[in-house]
Design a protein around this ligand. Structure first.
Ligand SMILES: Cc1cc2nc3c(=O)[nH]c(=O)nc-3n(C[C@H](O)[C@H](O)[C@H](O)COP(=O)(O)OP(=O)(O)OC[C@H]3O[C@@H](n4cnc5c(N)ncnc54)[C@H](O)[C@@H]3O)c2cc1C
Length: 411
């Protein structure tokens, strides 16, 4: 029988980053199993924003590590991972958002994240198409930016493989083998594999996978989406990501056009049990509903973005992220089952947090102490839950909706 020290289930950005970090920290044998192709679910749909500072400071050190890791990865692979370090403008128009921005800036500064306070003429130069007449306060974080999430996932996987990790796609993991309360292997559609640790990095299916060891993970799939405005001289060229919490929106450059994320006041949630195993033919949005969502946001958006009415949209991208009721990720061991770890409940930040997540889980699996405070991420922090029940899913959707109006927003 095949034997590995560590088996990672799920070949999205989390699984790939964990594989890389395990090898980098000296793991002897690592196997990554993916039932479809690498980066074929949420990790190819993300808008790719990489924003370090947040109103949830627990995540900031994980995000900061991602920026540092991108530079190491480029050196290691001797090729670009496609990071656009264009900076982010966090724009506050209301008193509430200005107060949040001050708190976020204070926290960022305490963690040595560069932060600047551009004046109106600087902002006009950076994003001339934005109407800034009503803004109160704007911070600029020059080391933030955006990245192709598919390319970053493949880069982590390539770097892991180069260091000796084994990656098998088209392999479904259908069971976990335990000896008493200790994980000793997995069952796949290609046969059993013996191992010492199993890491659940199954994205929106992570709760279903954890059920194989009898544990209910507190997370639910929630819809995220954005639109792409076709190339136009108005937006052409590189400019910072803009975060507009007053209207729950963000933008970033997209080859001469613009990605526009508009987030919903009432997020739509799904029961993981009803999701297909391959999301390629699945859409969380019905028919042309997304045009109504956008049209409803026009009035709000036009206060910052007067040209919105005339914008030509070329695409609409939607997918699922996993949310928890408190908007924090799920990272760590599952109580009572030795050797089973979870990296899930991404709360729409899996690209930004990818290196921090990989680093922390690799330390835990190697029985080392992570460099981060892991308490806020404990998978057991809500006590027993039914992740598929309507009430629990509504709590997760509410966490998604409230994130939209905070000074940071990813998906
Ligand atoms: C529209 C949208 C925009 C977003 N924008 C951003 C953004 O700007 N910035 C940001 O940081 N984040 C963003 N996100 C969130 C980000 O995409 C996710 O946090 C991240 O991709 C999650 O990665 P993952 O590896 O956990 O999951 P996934 O990429 O979904 O990977 C999980 C994998 O596990 C596999 N799997 C599941 N069960 C099994 C099994 N039993 N056996 C084998 N394989 C299995 C699946 O096939 C899948 O490939 C966005 C998300 C969406 C939907």
């Amino acid at each position: 029988m095949d034997t590995f020290d560590h088996v990672i289930v799920g070949g999205g950005i989390m699984g790939a980053s964990i594989a890389y970090h395990l090898m980098q920290k000296g793991a002897r044998s690592v196997l990554l199993l993916e039932r479809n192709e690498l980066a074929s679910a949420a990790s190819c749909q993300a808008a790719g924003l990489v924003l370090q500072a947040s109103t949830k400071p627990s995540k900031t050190p994980l995000a900061k590590l991602t920026i540092d890791t991108l530079l190491h990865l480029e050196e290691e692979l001797a090729e670009s991972v496609g990071y656009h370090m264009v900076g982010s403008l966090r724009i506050a128009a209301s008193e509430k958002c200005a107060i949040e921005l001050d708190a976020m800036a204070k926290d960022a500064a305490s963690r040595n994240i560069p932060i600047e306070w551009p004046d109106l003429s600087d902002i006009r130069q950076m994003v001339p198409w934005l109407d800034i007449s009503n803004i109160q306060k704007t911070a600029f974080l020059p080391s933030d930016g955006y990245i192709d999430p598919y390319l970053l996932t493949i880069s982590y996987a390539n770097a892991a493989r180069a260091r000796g990790a084994v990656i098998r796609t088209r392999t479904n993991v259908c069971g976990v083998v335990k000896d008493a309360e200790k994980v000793v292997g997995v069952l796949t559609d290609h046969g059993p594999i013996a191992c010492g640790t199993v890491i659940d990095a199954c994205g929106v299916w992570a709760a279903l996978f954890a059920e194989k060891v009898g544990y209910s993970l507190p997370m639910a799939p929630v819809r995220s989406h954005y639109w792409i405005i076709q190339p136009d001289r108005t937006y052409g060229g590189e400019h910072p990501v803009t975060i507009l919490p007053d209207v729950a929106a963000y933008t970033r450059p997209e080859v001469g056009g613009l990605v526009l994320g508009v987030q919903e006041a009432n997020s739509v949630t799904f029961n993981a049990r009803n999701l297909p195993e391959d999301l390629s033919g699945f859409s969380p949005t019905l028919g042309e509903e997304h045009w109504d969502i956008l049209a409803n946001a026009y009035e709000d958006l036009s206060q910052f973005f007067p040209a919105i009415e005339n914008a030509h949209f070329s695409s609409y991208i939607c997918g699922l992220s996993s949310y928890t009721p408190d908007g924090e990720i799920l990272l760590g061991p599952v109580p009572g089952i030795s050797g089973f770890y979870v990296a899930a409940g991404d709360c729409g930040s899996g690209i930004t947090l990818s290196a921090g997540i990989g680093d922390a889980i690799a330390d835990l699996a190697l029985e080392q102490t992570p460099q981060f405070n892991m308490e806020p991420f404990r998978p057991d922090r809500f006590g027993p839950v039914d992740p598929h029940g309507d009430h629990f899913r509504e709590l997760c959707a509410a966490a998604r909706a409230s994130k939209s109006r905070q000074i940071i927003s990813h998906s």
